[in-house]
Ligand binder design. Sequence first.
Ligand SMILES: Nc1nc2c(ncn2[C@@H]2O[C@H](COP(=O)(O)OP(=O)(O)OP(=O)(O)O)[C@@H](O)[C@H]2O)c(=O)[nH]1
Ligand SMILES: [Mg+2]
Length: 243
Amino acid sequence: MTDTAVAAIIPAKDEAARIAATVDAVRRLDGIDLVVVVDDGSSDATSELARAAGALVVRHPRNRGKAAAMTSGAGYVSRIEFEEGRVGPGAERRALLFVDGDLEASAANLGVLIPPVSSGEADMTIATLPPQKTAGGGRGFVVRLARAGIEEFTGFRAVQPLSGMRCISRRAFDAATPLARGWGVEVGLTIDVLLSGMQVLEVPCELHHRVSGSDWRGQLHRARQYRDVALALAHRRLRRVTG
Ligand SMILES: Nc1nc2c(ncn2[C@@H]2O[C@H](COP(=O)(O)OP(=O)(O)OP(=O)(O)O)[C@@H](O)[C@H]2O)c(=O)[nH]1
Ligand SMILES: [Mg+2]
């Protein structure tokens, strides 16, 4: 086992109520030496609260979507590594741990995602969550679309294809860049890492997050997710045909 250092990247939009608890839990995880919150155009105090909790903060002045936030976070980590002199072939790059901003104290349980990546057993680990305290308002359309899409391209049957909590080696992240846009990012990552011949492992993790309900906000969120997952799959079908 190598002791690859790990940078946590937390994309967040309007998470003032939860971001401090999430950052606090992530900072305490073994192996994490950088915590970067990417505030994607929040209209609340997400940035200030993240900084006060000890995170480095990158802010998008306007909302650009989850994939753009993840790319900004990874770019910020690269700049730090450049300043540290970790450049060129053979440089020890950090693995990246992507964490949703709404996990609060349960983010303390994310540690299980790191060892398989540090040891090289997997290039990307994905957390699967237990049943949540409140039921979601969706009927599983997006999950089924995502699962079937990943299976079509790779044969891999994901238990929770949309889970955002992932630890990924730099090599795998670079292979999957540019990321699928918006909410298609998780499906795109899983497909692209697997198609690069790398290993993906789902790992059960005791996490709890705010679940989107059945109100109009929840329905809008799921409609956007559906659109972005469908687009990620369509782009990959096109790529398969055009090479
Ligand atoms: N960068 C970015 N992140 C966002 C945006 N909207 C939400 N997020 C963050 O993405 C993460 C997941 O968002 P959620 O709204 O919890 O979505 P979810 O957990 O996939 O949805 P449900 O399972 O349906 O509740 C959280 O950290 C949010 O703060 C956005 O527009 N841009
Ligand atoms: Mg959530």
